[in-house]
Design a protein around this ligand. Structure first.
Ligand SMILES: [Zn+2]
Length: 464
């Protein structure tokens, strides 16, 4: 053993000193594969030594109450690494009966594959993880078959392949087992979309049920493929990777340049899918307007074209640069308005009858007009503001965005609110004023909602 180890050290010395520059590309790759194989075989050697030390009670004689603690001290490895090595030795090592006869390893095919240098630590971990989940009720023969199947897969694939095949194997061997029942899945399904944070990013979390997953995977396979839908690469094709109109060479070149992570590609695929869905016209109308991105910004913001935030009708914020970039593409699902309701950009050529009033209101009100209500324009309907004194007009000045919950509070009863357009000489002429019922304010002073106009909120706070 000592002699072999010194030969191994000499061989490693030789490899470390050998020149690499004279090697061909193919030889470099072959070398990588050869070194990997030897390192994997060395793991089998580690098992042998652990088995030997445990069978001789070396840890106990050195004062350790477990082989793991000895490995930590002697090899200076982490606790996690030490327990993984002891567990692997238990399943892959050749142990002996009390009379000294060798016993086959608990996972014989896996041990053989490791001995050949065909599989590494990652493969072994994947196999043992699956094997541990197989219920013993399936019987020894089925267990042995499963191990042989996994070891064969490991020789040909990656640890991920083994784990994936393992899920299927488990479902086959234990159809009523770990999968949980349909009720659990129904309860757990969900996607939560968080608020925009200070960097305007929105956190998504949740769980897909198996049907949603089955529907999603084939879409991502095409739309999230490397090179596709990459916003950082102007030459990247958009849409579906297998669309016959996409130039194959262009896609291949874009894929070679693509440095996005899988998560980033998924994100960009979603963004591209949302755009196509909006452009398709399939979504029809929402509260009388085409389902579209409606953005409001001031004329001043438009002229400066940089810095600042535009607001969307759904209550979101969008950097001005991004809104203008969308408009530059003659984006068919974008409408830009200034706060007075004047159109700055209309993505759709076709004018929509009756839509203008709503668009003007989205620009002017931005959301529900009742004081304190945060409902964005997309949750509001257009309501007639019945003038408190004169009793109702129906031109643009007497229309307002009101969400359904707030609208229910406008009535002639003793606890009802009433509304009117703010008079010419007031601070915000033309805006919708809400007059509280006496139990809220005995003086019934009209109020205006500043929630959707942050500039006013600041102004308001300064004045007080
Ligand atoms: Zn409201």
């Amino acid at each position: 053993m000592v002699q072999h180890l010194s030969m191994l050290a000499a061989a490693v010395d030789g490899l470390l000193d050998a020149g690499l520059t004279e090697m061909s590309d193919g030889e470099v790759v072959d070398m990588m594969r050869g070194v990997e194989q030897s390192l994997r075989r060395a793991d089998a050697l580690s098992h042998r030594l652990i088995v030997e030390s445990v069978e001789r009670s070396v840890p106990a004689s050195l004062g350790y109450n477990s082989p793991k603690k000895m490995l930590i001290d002697v090899l200076r490895i982490s606790a996690a690494d030490a327990s993984a090595r002891v567990a692997a030795a238990r399943e892959l090592g050749v142990w002996h009966t009390l009379s000294g006869d060798p016993m086959p390893p608990a996972l014989p095919e896996t041990a053989a594959a490791q001995h050949d240098g065909a599989i590494g630590v990652g493969h072994v971990r994947a196999i043992t993880k699956v094997m541990r989940k197989i219920p013993h009720a399936v019987g020894n023969e089925a267990l042995a078959d499963a191990e042989a199947v996994l070891a064969r897969l490991a020789r040909e694939g990656t640890p991920e392949d083994v784990e994936q095949a393992g899920h299927r194997l488990l479902a086959y061997l234990n159809p009523d087992g770990n999968l949980g029942d349909d009720r659990d899945r129904k309860r757990r399904r969900g996607i939560s979309i968080g608020r925009q944070d200070t960097e305007l990013m929105s956190k998504i979390s949740g769980e897909l049920d198996p049907v949603a997953r089955a529907l999603l995977d084939p879409i991502l396979a095409k739309w999230a493929r490397p090179g596709m839908n990459n916003p950082d690469d102007p030459e990247s094709p958009s849409g579906d990777a297998e669309d016959p109109s996409i130039d194959r060479e262009m896609l291949a070149a874009a894929a070679a340049r693509d440095t996005r992570t899988a998560a980033q590609r998924h994100h960009d695929a979603f963004s591209a899918m949302f755009r196509v869905l909006l452009e398709s016209g399939m979504l029809g109308r929402h509260r009388g307007l085409p389902t579209t991105v409606i953005v409001t910004m001031t004329l001043e913001q438009l002229e400066r074209a940089i810095g600042g935030l535009a607001t969307t009708a759904t209550g979101g914020l969008l950097p001005i640069e991004d809104a203008l970039a969308m408009a530059e593409d003659a984006h068919p699902v974008l409408a830009l308005f200034d706060h007075a309701g004047r159109p700055l950009h209309l993505g759709r050529r076709r004018r929509l009858a009756g839509a203008d009033q709503r668009l003007a209101l989205i620009a002017a009100d931005a959301g529900c007009t009742r004081p304190g209500c945060a409902a964005p324009a997309s949750l509001c309907a257009v309501h007639h503001v019945t003038d408190w004194h004169k009793g109702g007009r129906t031109d643009i000045d007497s229309l307002a965005l009101v969400c359904d919950a707030c609208h229910a509070q406008v009535n002639d009863g003793p606890a009802g609110w009433s509304t009117r357009s703010a008079p010419e000489h007031s601070t915000y002429p033309g805006r919708t004023e809400w007059i509280p019922p006496p139990h809220i304010d005995p003086t019934r002073r009209p109020r205006i909602n500043h929630r959707h106009h942050p500039g006013e909120l600041i102004e308001h706070a300064r004045r007080q």
